[in-house]
Write a protein that binds this ligand. Sequence first.
Ligand SMILES: Nc1nc2c(ncn2[C@@H]2O[C@H](COP(=O)(O)OP(=O)(O)OP(=O)(O)O)[C@@H](O)[C@H]2O)c(=O)[nH]1
Ligand SMILES: [Mg+2]
Length: 469
Amino acid sequence: MNDTIAAIATPYGSGGIGVIRISGPRAFEIVTLLFSTTQGPKKITPVLVSHRVRHGFILDNSDPATPQVIDEVLVIPMQAPRSYTAEDVVEIQAHSGTIVLKIILELVISQGARLSEPGEFTKRAFLNQRIDLTQAEAVADIINARSANSLKFASSQNRGELNRRIQQLRAPLINLLSRLEASIDFPDEVETFEISPDERDQLDQVMEKSKKFIQQHDDACFLKDGIRVAICGKPNVGKSSLMNRLLEQDKSIITPVPGTTRDPIEEGLNINGIPFVIIDTAGIHETDDLVEIIGIEKAKDHIATADLILFMIEPGSVFSEKEFQKMIPPEENLEKKIIMVINKIDLLQEHGNKDLPQLTPAHAKIPVVKISALLNQGIKQLKEKIVETCIRDLSLERSAVIPNLRHKKALELTLSFLESVKTGLAQGQEEETLAIDMKNSIDSLGTITGETASIDILDTIFNNFCIGK
Ligand SMILES: Nc1nc2c(ncn2[C@@H]2O[C@H](COP(=O)(O)OP(=O)(O)OP(=O)(O)O)[C@@H](O)[C@H]2O)c(=O)[nH]1
Ligand SMILES: [Mg+2]
């Protein structure tokens, strides 16, 4: 933390502007050595005033007699603690080209800065207590957001919303622990510990809220990683044709030959800001073809792990309970969301409406959408139905705070400690034992915000960042 770090903060490649970021006690000094407001040999040392942009040039002074202008730049100095890392920071805005940024970075390093590690700027912001751990994690989430929704959650977390909620959970626990400890430390002055109805209420509320957060994580996983939609059906019903229509690109091979698709093909798709992963699978039927058999096994794996199944069927065929269950086993289809997609409705004129497959009464609740993948008909309605089916029972609008997997595990741990506090209370356990469980539950909440996070946790989090962030 005592050295000065530097990195290129913008993506590799050509662009309008590229930023080099320098943070640490020597940031101002290093930039002053390389920066000049005039193009010729440096006559006066420029003064950098905090939060004032300066225009000038980065010079290579290795031969002081003939300084070489590397690039025309803007320099933004930010004195501690009013900066991203809460240290002295200078950002150099140069033109963005691989070579120009690399040379400027090398000059900065030749003056004594060190190349930063991944996430080191954000890590410093955390260690300097400008942000808590959930906010640091949110920085990575904002950078990696793949949909408007993920961005919304990450941004609210970045503003400290999750931190506030976790502190709200911790506060009553800390109060309870301090009462417990007082009765342990001063047994003569303080009465034997007994939990008050209010405290019991608060304990229950903390547990309730923790459970809710965990649920929100599970719901939101969909929205962060993409809702997995598997297209399944018999060979040749038009699964690959539908895949390509949904994606609006030729991703899967389409032929009139049944058994065209073997390997499952998956691709991300954004509908109304919600990320989906669409999976085209091999047609499921009885076959002796070894390659097809493997493809069918894989198709079944994808059906089992999908969040939504598009069960495809074509006019003229009959919905058979037995075949349906071969594709989607009954235990799956109780929990799974399923849409029946009748494809090739352009052929109906030929066959007439009587050829539409009918669901059996047992499956009457499955929504049906009619499309023609060939003529691109009904695709918009199908997309709407997909969104409606998946989002219907998610309770996300009420709260924009979404714990990630790490937070969820910490919350589960907290819950298990609080469960044992409750059992302990019921069984009249000793105060010392109760206090240990209470303390563990508080510490485990603290790993979320970083108060009690170990070096290992910090390393795992910051190593996932890009360099320069
Ligand atoms: N008339 C008509 N033909 C279609 C429609 N959709 C697909 N087809 C045709 O049906 C045939 C099979 O289409 P695919 O998309 O390859 O079917 P699939 O279900 O992926 O087939 P497999 O990968 O072999 O299981 C092709 O000849 C398509 O042109 C449609 O809406 N109407
Ligand atoms: Mg196919």
